[in-house]
Design a protein around this ligand. Structure first.
Ligand SMILES: Cc1ncc(COP(=O)(O)O)c(C=O)c1O
Length: 347
């Protein structure tokens, strides 16, 4: 029986490997990667390091592990990390900064998910025996919770200057850095030049079934490899998955512009529907955040009713839902989603 068609806009993580990707998976040359023997993993790490202008890279199973390895590798118990209020590292990684690295977290307010250099500088603790040591600043580009918003490159440059002046480690959660790069035209290695460590994901907009890459100096990556082992992330003949990652980097970055166009269309259409509101300024990449008027229905009711029209989105808060465009969503799918939302909202 053919599967029933759903337009799945819950996340860009729901993509399934394309036939081309499956082919390279089946043909991948592999070895034991913990022993440093997997040529496909090495190739992926080299390609990524070159793309982002970093000395070295390490392939890891997930974005969560990648971020947390970075924090664990460069901090000591009780150190402080500065991040934006809605960031993934603190809100969606199951308490890992505390559970794995004993970090103290200081969440700072951003403007549509974007922190300023002034806010960061004002929150760095002076050296004093009573205070925790501020050690890490972590940015998220694009910012998921704020709706796929982009850090302006000048803001990143200002933050990097503050970090350098204060000897802070600057980490980037770049799960969707590819989207920022395509939307702005800022080269990936320019982004790379400002950060001590960068985590990028292959399993979101780029459509690989699994995998993230942590990048930085050769010295940092050597230590991060050891941290990966501590976290149980050392993998064996994982070239079959790295091959999907190489395919994703070679074939699926440029096409993100199409996802952004589809997201713009969804945002524009949803914003015209009575009972819904969308801050169109935040629709900068592939994410659309929609607020539902209290009197109309809750997010749970909206999601259930939409699912009955074969369209899926995800809950962000009691009155807020998120739609994400991706590789497996066409313009026609977006039209179907808009019609379904209109029916749910009875317009
Ligand atoms: C911004 C951001 N960072 C990190 C992650 C974690 O990635 P993973 O699900 O591979 O652990 C996600 C997941 O959606 C994300 O949106």
């Amino acid at each position: 029986m053919p599967e029933e068609k759903f337009v799945d806009l819950r996340s860009d993580t729901v993509t399934r490997p394309s036939p081309g990707m499956r082919k390279v998976i089946s043909e991948a040359v592999v070895g034991d990667d913990v022993l440093g023997d997997d040529p496909t993993v090495k190739q992926l790490e080299e390609i990524a390091a070159k793309l982002l202008g970093k000395e070295a890279a390490v392939y890891v199973p997930s974005g969560t592990m990648s971020n947390q390895i970075a924090l664990f590798t460069v901090s000591q118990r009780g150190d402080e990390i500065l991040c934006e209020t809605g960031c993934h590292i603190v809100n969606y990684e199951a308490g890992a900064p505390a559970a794995l690295s004993s970090l103290l977290v200081n969440l700072l307010p951003g403007d549509k998910g974007v922190l300023s250099a002034e806010t960061i500088e004002a929150n760095i603790r002076p050296i004093n025996i009573h205070y925790p040591i501020t050690k890490i600043v972590a940015l998220e580009n694009t910012n998921n919770r704020a709706g796929g918003t982009i850090y302006p490159i000048d803001t990143i440059a200002e933050i990097a200057e503050v970090a350098q002046k204060n000897k802070l480690w600057l980490h980037l959660d770049g799960a969707r850095l590819w989207n920022a790069h395509i939307a702005t035209g800022v080269p990936l290695d320019k982004y790379g030049s400002y950060f001590d460590s960068i985590s990028v994901c292959l399993s979101k907009g780029l459509g690989a079934p699994i995998g993230s890459i942590l990048l930085g100096s050769a010295e940092f990556i050597e230590k991060a490899r050891r941290s990966r082992k501590i976290f149980g992330g050392g993998m064996r003949q994982v070239g079959i998955l790295a091959a999907a990652g190489i395919y994703a980097l070679e074939n699926n970055i440029g096409r993100l512009a199409y996802d952004h166009m589809n997201a713009k269309y969804l945002g524009d259409q949803f914003s015209k529907i009575n009972g819904l509101s969308v801050d169109l300024e935040t629709v900068q990449t592939n994410i659309v955040i929609v607020d539902i008027e209290n009197e109309k229905m809750t997010a749970d009711e909206f999601i259930d009713q939409l699912a009955s029209h074969n369209v899926r989105c995800i809950k962000f808060s009691p009155q807020r839902v998120r739609f994400v465009t991706h590789l497996d969503v066409s313009e026609d799918d977006c039209k179907m989603a808009v019609e379904a939302v209109k029916r749910v909202m009875k317009v």
